[in-house]
Design a protein around this ligand. Sequence first.
Ligand code: PMP
Ligand code: GLU
Length: 426
Amino acid sequence: MKSSNHELPLFQINPAIKALKPSATLVINEQCQQMTKNNEKVFRFGFGQSPFPVPDVVVESLRKNAHQKAYLPVQGLLELREAICGYILRTEQLSYTPDQIIVGPGTKELMFLLQSVNQAEILLPSPSWVSYAPQAEILGRKVTWLLEEGAPDPDFVASTLEKRCIENPDQARLLVLNYPENPSGRTYSENQLEKIAQVARRFNVIILSDEIYSGLHFDGSHRSVAQYYPEGTIISNGLSKWCGAGGWRLGAFVFPPALNDIKKAMCVLASETFSAVSSPIQYASISAFEESNELTDYLRIARMILKELGSYCYDRLDKAGAELVKPQGGFYLFPKMDAMRSRLKVDDSVSLCKKLLTETGVATLPGSVFGRPATELSMRLAYVDFDGTAAMNACEGQQTLEEGFLQTYCKTTVEGIDRLCQWLSS
Ligand code: PMP
Ligand code: GLU
């Protein structure tokens, strides 16, 4: 028998995981925190976190529930699931019962559980948020990017989905639709949603409707694809974005009756992994989903600021020669700088973002991590580098933003965009 004194314990990392790197969003967040610690000037446009505080009414509710210590049902606290049903009925005019809902520690975890239990090819409009594809890869699922080709086509999701389904109609598929969208800030019109729903119904495609930015639709008029395809749509929503509570880790999935078996299988996985979401957080979250004047006002102000700032950043980048869509919600922009390729002297989006960070301190994420071709000079920027509490306080009781508001209360973001635009034209 060999001496075990100097031997390393045996282990073998799953090759599917070995091939992956830590999620780009979390890496850029920690890199920026380190740069700030080292007193380096950095414009934090890399990580997409709400700049606004958690609404007082929700914080107060957490304070009152700090003593909640018991494990809650795997599916989630009944009163919270009731409040979520009320929220969806109020905001989307869709009627569900609490039994159709699962509460999880962030929607990201629920997405992983969904892909774990459902052996389907995942279809992602390009660009899409950074974590859907790696989750699929960990689980050995096939990932197909839906790419707009040729002239801009507002219905490219419906048409590329249809094309893909015709090629192989019997494959189980999951289309992930996120709107308002991370990374581009665009959303789908009712007509576009209806067309996507028609194709999905024809080919029995399940839609995961990621509506985490629904409350930050600038005009407050978010509509769900579940309106047009209720039987095949799973709605995903949570507190991370419109309630400013990303670190609370609370998300929920809403299932149609036809997908009850998926819900049940996810509950089994939840029971064997996270058990249930933290009790104080679940009790406190009830107040986030319930109707209150305070929340209505909070959302009105958040949207007003983000709309103005998003339009400002869009205009500046557009004038500087970048190609991008005007945002309709959320807090992201996805400019493409291919027209400036020779001036920028870079060949891919990773080098573009590295060069930008080194030369200006502006931190962004490369388009390639959102499923764009590596050589496209695209990047995502999150226009959230400002003190959201001070900005909100300054808006109290105001119906519009005062003159010079952005320059005063969103100063770092305005400065960062200025630097980026100067860099693009220098
Ligand atoms: N979807 C999108 C589009 C996101 O930007 C994020 C990041 N918060 C998530 C899902 C995951 O959110 P959470 O896990 O915080 O609910
Ligand atoms: N969704 C955020 C982003 O896109 C970060 C949070 C995360 O990735 O989990 O930057």
